[in-house]
Design a protein around this ligand. Structure first.
Ligand code: GTP
Ligand code: SPV
Ligand code: MN
Length: 597
């Protein structure tokens, strides 16, 4: 039974009986329903400051901003402890960890048993997507962490309106989270796609615990999309407004910490600004894509904020991100400047604070050459409305029509600056063979090249070969003439000294310009072994201090490296056996034949 005094906000029987169960399991001292009101948020912030869970920052410089440090062993997603608990092992596929649902519930049930004893259980009703839209989906997260509540309030739409939208329907995602004792050996992120259920235990870090994000909006939603005929993707969405006022929308899938937030908010280089170009941010991490009434693919961003990488973000690389985090933001694992009670991270500027506390909570003077004050995966949680270039379509429940889909990753060699697929099928192949150097966004080695199809390796909630087939099927349904064109980009090619050759950031618009012109049929291309490429002179380098020869180098397709690549693709495809769609096998054969020409 809900205790006397628990303020119950819904009469939905499915919600109430599930909360009863979770309460009986975790044994909280009390239950607090999150209504999304400012008074409640203020109260929770004050409590978190009182317990030391959050530090209130300089309220003149950073109004309503706070700092939080996670446990030192709890700073990134834990892919090796993340499971897809489908009834049939085959449905999780070779790229996911799998556990039988009964076993997972029993094992984790022991970890949840009385894990909230003496604590408060917060009930967070939230909507992914605008509240009440037929395309939005509702979730509940039960958590014993105020930090989680305050992040979810920024990242999703939370509160009473969501419960009204749900009504009596049992159609919601059930998320249960407990910090428990933060024991990393007992940390599990479990997904039960057939039960619409997520269980997360023994973590307090972002992607492991903000259950609306990777767990729901990608892992559970990708499974729902497969069943229901839509797609949930690890993609930013942006609009490029051209000098004539027309806005073209593109979505881009890059693996974690490979530049989505930065591309989504880019500020055009001066030569483009003068011509009248502008970029609008619709989303920086997740896209839900459906077939619209006009038969085209439309994308919307189910989130309500940004959970962005702090290091490397500065006034030059991403001023819009900096503006977004000037109020109402939670910083996680960055440096605290104790002179003025503000925050700092590597790459913000060249002046680390001399009097500071590092991400581990230790005194720091900013002078350590081989030790970073902020964790490489330190983050900011900022409301989307703060972003100066947030798109007027951000709240549009139908989303925006896509002209292009872009894949990309971190490749020091091999992948050229940009190339285009010959067809949707070839584009799906390009997405399926994506590879990228790993980053600090997940625990484990950093800088190791791994296959990360469509940037979804850690986020696909079902068999990856079925996921490829679903992409192909969506293409068949829409038809080539209405489909977005597919491209691959790489901002991260390096020279012999390991320096990035391409300037990146705002200058990536120079590549977007070619992409958009290709979609409109107004730019030329040359056919290479891997697909269509611009001629070097088709990338505008006006105002840059790199020359044509450098662009030629960036576009170079090294056939020997690509033959090595093809071997790696064979090995990767081998994992999927008979389930791999024949169309992809055919595309690989075509690639190999082209490389032998
Ligand atoms: P997730 O939030 O983990 O999904 O990451 P993301 O894809 O949004 O990555 P983000 O934009 O936060 O970029 C991660 C890191 O890459 C930051 O340190 C950026 O400074 C750096 N970065 C982003 N874009 C570029 C670029 O065009 N060139 C270079 N050299 N670095 C970039
Ligand atoms: C990512 O790792 O891709 C992120 C951050 O966007 S997290 O929410 O931790 O997954
Ligand atoms: Mn991400």
């Amino acid at each position: 039974m809900l205790l006397k005094g628990d303020l119950i906000m819904t009469t939905n029987k499915a919600v109430l009986s599930w909360i009863e169960e979770c309460k009986a399991l975790t044994g909280p001292e009390k239950v607090v329903w999150i209504d999304g009101s400012q008074a409640q948020i203020d109260d929770l912030r004050a409590q978190a400051v009182a317990t030391g869970e959050m530090t209130k920052l300089n309220q003149e410089l950073l109004p309503d901003c706070y700092l939080h440090r996670t446990d030192v062993n709890d700073v990134a997603r834990v892919e090796d402890r993340t499971f897809i608990c489908s009834r049939n092992k085959e449905n999780a596929g070779p790229t996911n960890n799998w556990m039988a649902p009964a076993e997972a519930y029993e094992m984790a049930g022991k970890l949840f048993k009385n894990s909230m004893s003496g604590r408060t259980m917060y009930v967070i009703p939230y909507s992914m997507g605008p509240v009440g839209s037929p395309f939005s989906k509702i979730g509940y997260e039960l958590t014993d962490s105020i930090y989680v509540v305050l992040n979810m309030v920024i990242m999703t739409r939370v509160g009473a309106a969501v419960e009204e939208a749900l009504g009596d329907s049992p159609d919601f995602v059930k998320g249960l989270h407990s910090k428990a004792d933060l024991d990393k050996e007992k940390r599990y992120i479990l997904h039960f796609p057939e039960d619409n259920t997520i269980w997360s235990v023994n973590s307090g870090y972002g992607g492991n615990v903000l259950l609306g994000k990777k767990c729901f909006a990608l892992r559970i939603a990708s499974y729902l999309g497969w069943k229901e005929g839509w797609m949930a993707e690890h993609m930013l969405i942006l609009g490029v407004q051209k000098p004539d006022g027309d806005v073209k929308y593109v979505a881009a899938a890059f693996p974690s910490a490979c530049g989505k937030t930065n591309l989504a908010m880019l500020i055009p280089p001066e030569v483009y600004r003068k011509k009248g170009y502008k970029v609008w941010c619709v989303g920086d991490d997740i896209a839900w894509i459906r077939i619209g009434e006009d038969g085209r693919l439309w994308a919307c961003n189910p989130e309500n904020g940004f959970f962005g990488v702090a290091p490397g973000t500065n006034e030059k690389s991403n001023p819009n991100a900096l503006a977004s985090m000037r109020k109402g933001t939670i910083f996680t694992n960055v440096v605290l400047n104790t002179d003025n009670n503000t925050v700092w991270w590597e790459g913000l500027d060249k002046n680390p604070p001399e009097h500071a506390i590092d991400w581990k909570g230790n005194p720091w003077n900013g002078k350590t050459a081989d030790y970073k004050g902020a964790h490489p995966n330190s983050r900011f949680t900022a409301p989307a409305v703060n972003c100066p270039c947030i798109s007027p379509e951000f709240e549009n429940p139908r989303g925006v029509p896509l002209s292009a889909i872009i894949f990309g990753g971190r490749r020091a060699k091999t992948a050229p600056l940009v190339y285009q697929s010959r067809s949707w099928q070839h584009g799906v192949f390009m997405g399926s063979i994506m590879a990228s150097e790993t980053t600090a966004a997940a625990t484990g080695a950093v800088g190791v090249v791994r296959r990360d199809p469509m940037a979804m390796l850690p986020f696909c909630g079902y068999h990856m070969a079925d996921y490829f087939a679903h992409w192909l099927e969506m293409g068949r349904k829409v038809g080539e003439d209405k489909l977005p064109k597919i491209f691959n980009v790489n901002w991260f090619r390096t020279d012999d000294d390991g320096n990035f050759i391409w300037p990146g950031f705002g200058d990536n618009l120079r590549v977007l310009e070619w992409i958009i012109k290709r979609c409109e049929g107004t730019a030329d291309a040359v056919e290479t072994a891997i697909g269509y490429e611009p001629k070097a002179e088709d990338i505008n380098i006006e105002g840059l201090d790199i020359d044509r020869a450098t662009v030629e180098g960036l576009l170079d397709v090294d056939k020997d490296l690509w033959k090595e690549e093809a071997k790696g693709i064979h090995e990767f495809y081998g994992k999927f056996g008979e389930k791999l769609p024949q169309a992809l096998r055919d595309e690989l054969a075509t690639l190999e034949a082209n490389l032998d020409k």
